[in-house]
Design a protein around this ligand. Structure first.
Ligand code: NAD
Ligand code: IPM
Ligand code: MN
Length: 356
């Protein structure tokens, strides 16, 4: 199979972790007889530095003319004082919007070998953790009206959380369809005791659930959900939620699995060009030290093979190799569990590739 992949490494550890994932993809290509052509493009701070915009037109064009997009991470303290619309993060948001990536799938699973690395007690993680956060990605407060101004001499700002029923329907369908392939449970996480937008989510999701009689649907307020995730994460199968709650709850879920460096994601579009990226950021505090955990990015490559290219066997080969690496005690230093020795970021891709 011949595929073109737009590769946007971004900033900070983005560069380091993507290089590891490409080693793994190259190995898959060699072993299974595929050809992956990488088209590199700048995004985020790196693009701002060169073109004075975090998403150059050329980058969007490269992404739109590729079969999939593979992204590292964007942002960093260096661009903190850049005007808001030119911040690196705006480049990522514009790319998500530009490709119509409405559904962000963020699986949080705990590997057997990492159970002792979870900050949760053994009796909690022993039951297993296998959650899929289905996060709406191109609506809500991230894209609603916003303004900073002075009102009656007082500095004021607002950001609007707004959804229409069509936006809710399409992400809900993704959640129910995903649940059908899993343990058939959807938990809608919202703040329907306060927010009108959440009330609309509940209405629309309840209506949609009629098409999925086999799926158990329940509702949970986001404050309770953030507590339940720690108390009893195994109660969750699919968590369906809006853009901002999904952002927060997926970082929280990652910690249960041992490290934020473990969680991959797939962002699904209606036009068929999907994007893959770890859920974490550019980690400026550790960038350039070759100590970042590239497994979330490597696992994102597996998701790309599965969702964009329908290469299930190849995806599983990567996932199995990651599992082997962890079982052998090979890990980066973010996984605070001195079971084996800590290795460098740049050794992990090779270790995974060798086990494929
Ligand atoms: P972050 O996810 O970059 O880092 C949070 C903490 O987790 C840091 O201590 C970091 O060292 C650690 N960490 C993250 N990924 C790791 C990995 N793979 N291996 C080991 N440790 C890892 O979040 P932040 O510090 O809040 O944000 C830093 C920058 O990244 C900001 O500019 C933010 O906007 C941006 N960001 C970008 C994305 C993205 O590109 N998708 C996601 C989140 C944050
Ligand atoms: C993520 C990030 C982004 C988000 C930022 C960088 C815009 O935190 O991908 O989780 O909030 O979606
Ligand atoms: Mn985030």
């Amino acid at each position: 199979m011949n595929k073109t992949i737009a590769v946007t490494k971004g900033d900070g550890i983005g560069v380091e972790i993507v290089d590891e994932a490409l080693k793994v993809l190259d190995r898959v290509a060699e072993k299974f007889g595929h050809k992956f052509e990488y088209k590199y493009a700048l995004i985020g701070g790196a693009a701002y530095d060169k073109y004075h915009t975090p998403l150059p037109e050329e980058t969007l064009e490269i992404c739109k003319s590729s079969d999939a997009v593979f992204l590292g991470a964007v942002g960093g303290d260096k661009w903190d004082s850049v005007e808001p619309d030119l911040r690196p993060e705006k480049g990522l948001l514009a790319l998500r919007k530009g490709l119509g990536l409405y559904a962000n799938l963020r699986p949080a699973t705990i590997y057997e070998a990492l159970k002792s690395a979870s900050p949760l007690k053994d009796y909690i993680v022993e039951k297993g953790v296998d959650i899929l956060v289905v996060r709406e990605l191109i609506g809500g407060i991230y894209f609603g009206d916003r303004k900073t101004y002075v009102e009656d001499g007082v500095r004021t700002a607002y950001d609007v959380e707004k959804y229409n029923e069509n936006e809710i329907k399409r992400i809900s369908k993704m959640a129910f369809d995903s649940a059908m392939k899993r343990r058939k449970k959807v938990t809608l996480v919202d703040k329907a005791n306060v927010l009108d937008s959440s009330k609309l989510w509940r209405e629309v999701v309840k209506e949609m659930s009629k098409d999925y009689p086999e799926v158990e649907l329940d509702f949970m307020y986001v404050d309770n959900a953030s507590m339940q995730l720690i108390k009893n994460p195994s109660q969750f199968d699919v968590i369906l939620t809006n853009n901002i709650f999904g952002d927060i709850l997926s970082d929280e879920s990652s910690q249960i699995t041992g490290s934020i460096g473990m969680l991959p994601s797939a962002s699904i579009s209606e036009i068929g060009i999907h994007m893959y990226e770890p859920i974490h950021g550019s980690a400026p505090d550790i960038a350039g030290q070759d100590i970042a955990n590239p497994l979330a990015t490597i696992l994102s490559a597996a998701m790309m093979l599965r969702y964009s290219f329908d290469l299930e066997e190849e995806a599983v080969a990567i996932e199995n190799a990651v599992e082997k690496v962890l079982e052998e005690g090979i890990r980066t230093i973010d996984i605070k569990e001195p079971k084996g020795e800590y290795v460098k970021c740049s050794e992990i891709g090779t270790a995974v590739a060798e086990r494929i």
